[in-house]
Design a protein. Sequence first.
Length: 184
Amino acid sequence: MTTPAPTVTVHMVASLDGFIAKPDDSIGWMDTHDTHAAGVPMGDGADVLKSIDCYVMGSHTYEHAVALSKEFGWAYGEKPVYVVSSRALQPIKPTVEICGSDLAALMTKLTQRHGNIWVVGGARVTKELFRLQLCNDIRMMVLPVLLGGGTPFFDHIGVELPLHLHKVTAYNNGLVELWYQLPR
């Protein structure tokens, strides 16, 4: 029996105009109150979360996650979290590892250890992943809002990447999930 190849998924929540945070880095706009009668219920995503072996994020996303954890708890449970940073940050838990800024070396190490790797931000980390062509999937949750400015999800990645639309899901709260695969 063969072991499936590791999968690196970029997961991001963005406004319709492609921003992942407002100019002041706030993300309160992610709480949508829209409704879409033909959409499917959002669910709790427990099956998807169980399938994830580890998370990768940039330092700014980590700092947001730490701040949010004070009110809502640590969103990543007991799964390993690898933080790409050139700064000396402190891990909030034993499952958090602050890594250097060499994303290619980190991803080589992680694909030898983990089968399902989710990259959850931020813009600089995802840009480098796309540029180096180190990811297999993009799962983008598009919220029904136009921010007009802020931190862009896709910011001049410098390469053209053909994508294959794997799945589209419209939810009853107005979110749309676009799931693309990067052909190899």
